[in-house]
Design a binder for this molecule. Structure first.
Ligand code: FAD
Length: 469
């Protein structure tokens, strides 16, 4: 098909999209500023199983507390994608450790480096071309004179060859931004498109994770469960076992200089566990997007996926699943547009409706983002009370961790009122978060099903009133 797509960034969403479009017969180029050996992260992440399965990966089966299958990492298969230790259920601890809830954990611990390279290999095998060492700088566009996302037509992008320093114009029928939360391309658009805003500090978590070696003997006595300590210092802290010898410990806080460094939170945890040794095997620290998703992912000749569109689960910072799923949805919409020789905003609008209407992912993430900020402001003591009194019960927490916003039923609201009789201020604060989350959820479930500038503008004005954003 004579239709050229250029993708900026070889993250998980970008490479899955490239693979699918190439399989559909489109001409696809990825410009990636890094290199093959450095794709992904130097650690393993908890990734939504539903997304990995949708991407066509052969999922392992559970045998006791171990994953078994072709793509599991073993001594014989060090490039396997999945860590062998399974966490079908996860312990959620209150910030003060006194309450524990066991929740279903719909994620699988996935080696990000191996995943990144595996998916890039698949994209390459399907016919996509990946140009490493090229940084996308800005979009090349003409203006249509309209005020709104339809105010521009994208014709390509400027890239810098990082080896030579030379800047080149790359022309394309369609440009896709999949370059993570810095979102250099969409931020180069005029403000009137409504797509150029930079993320705020409050939209980020600051996360640190390390894989440490464990002393096998001491680990028999020093038992550490797979757990999240939820809400601790405006974020969370966790430990996930990888195998008998390795443990992943991490913490994330709201990106704010008043918060402790997540590294110190980890060190304090390690100091209480003598089985965890000083030797650090892998790991890293970085910002992590946890804000609300963009209202719109498309314009004429341009589409945004993954962290650049802020599609992570705000309550955990897990963004690989959404990046892959939106990449897959985008592949279907682009393939159809290409078959009809189209690239305009109306033809690409389906990516928005997949996210906000066909799945309730978008509405859930938008609502959870509002709830997150209210919960973060409660602090350790009040959050521990909500856990202890079961006002934040297993089901609400299970959904929130897995990226689903649930509106409380009347029965639940009455029960909450009784349980919280002695802490009315806490209840009021919680109620504010839930009401605001519910209003946001309902509004996003009423997302415009088709591109119409007036309907979209009206919907955005209402969204701004509700989200204050
Ligand atoms: C410490 C930490 C822990 C995390 N834990 C989890 C977890 O457990 N589970 C989970 O699901 N998610 C986790 N995340 C978040 C997850 O990493 C992201 O949500 C996910 O990688 C987003 O994918 P993406 O494809 O949008 O972008 P990215 O994975 O960020 O990929 C973007 C790619 O674009 C390239 N790039 C950037 N700018 C340019 C440019 N201008 N030109 C060309 N190329 C460019 C980058 O080099 C990169 O290869 C974590 C993040 C951090 C920092």
């Amino acid at each position: 098909m004579n239709y050229r797509v250029v993708i900026c960034g070889a993250g998980p969403g970008g490479v899955v999209l490239a693979r699918e479009l190439s399989r559909a017969g489109l001409e696809v180029f990825i410009y990636e500023k890094g290199y093959y050996a450095g794709l992904g992260h130097d650690w393993s992440d908890a990734v939504e199983r539903v997304a990995l399965e949708a991407a066509g990966l052969e999922m392992p089966t559970l045998a006791g507390n171990q994953w078994k299958g072709k793509l599991v990492k073993t001594e014989d298969n060090p490039v396997g994608l999945f860590e062998p230790h399974a966490i079908p259920f996860l312990q959620l601890h209150s910030p003060d450790y006194y309450s524990v809830k066991l929740i279903e954990f719909r994620m699988i611990t996935t080696d990000r480096r191996n995943l990144g390279q595996y998916l890039a290999d698949e994209a390459l095998a399907a016919g996509a071309k990946i140009k490493y060492g090229y940084e996308g700088l800005e979009l090349i566009y003409t203006e249509t004179g309209e005020q709104g996302p339809h105010g521009v037509e994208i014709e390509g992008l400027k890239v810098r060859n990082l080896e030579s320093g030379a800047v080149e114009d790359v022309r394309a029928d369609l440009v896709v931004e999949s370059s993570g939360f810095n979102a250099a391309l969409r931020c180069s658009l005029p403000e009137y498109t409504g797509m150029a805003r930079h993320f705020r500090d409050i939209d980020f978590g600051f996360v640190n994770r390390e894989v440490r070696r464990r002393d096998r003997e001491k680990a028999r006595i020093d038992v550490i469960p797979d757990h999240y300590r939820y809400g601790f210092h405006t974020g969370y802290q966790w430990s996930h076992i990888h195998n008998e010898e390795l443990i992943d410990v991490g913490a994330g806080v709201r990106h704010d200089p008043n918060n402790p460094d997540p590294k110190d939170i980890i060190e304090e945890f390690i100091s209480r566990h003598e089985s965890i040794l000083a030797e650090k095997i892998r790991g890293g620290r970085s910002l992590c997007i946890v804000g609300p998703p963009l209202n719109n992912f498309v314009t004429n000749g341009f589409l945004i996926i993954g962290d650049a569109a802020s599609t992570s689960i705000p309550t955990t910072g897990c963004g690989v699943g959404s990046a892959i799923l939106v990449g897959l949805w985008a592949a279907e919409i682009i393939s159809e547009a290409a078959r009809e020789g189209k690239k305009d905003i109306a033809a690409l609008w389906g990516v928005n409706t997949r996210f906000y209407l066909d799945s309730n992912r978008g509405a859930s993430l938008a609502a959870l983002s509002a709830l997150r900020t209210v919960l973060q402001d409660l602090g350790n003591e009040k959050l521990s009370f909500l856990f202890r009194s079961d006002i934040m019960d297993k089901y609400t927490l299970e959904d929130a961790v897995n990226g689903i916003f649930t509106k409380p039923t009347i029965n639940k609201m009455i029960a909450t009122l009784f349980k919280g009789l002695f802490k009315p201020a806490v209840l009021l604060q919680l109620n504010r978060g839930i009401s605001s989350g519910s209003r946001i959820y309902n509004h996003y479930r009423n997302y415009p099903p088709f591109w119409n500038p007036d309907t979209y503008d009206k919907w955005c004005r209402e969204a701004k009133k509700i989200t204050n954003y």
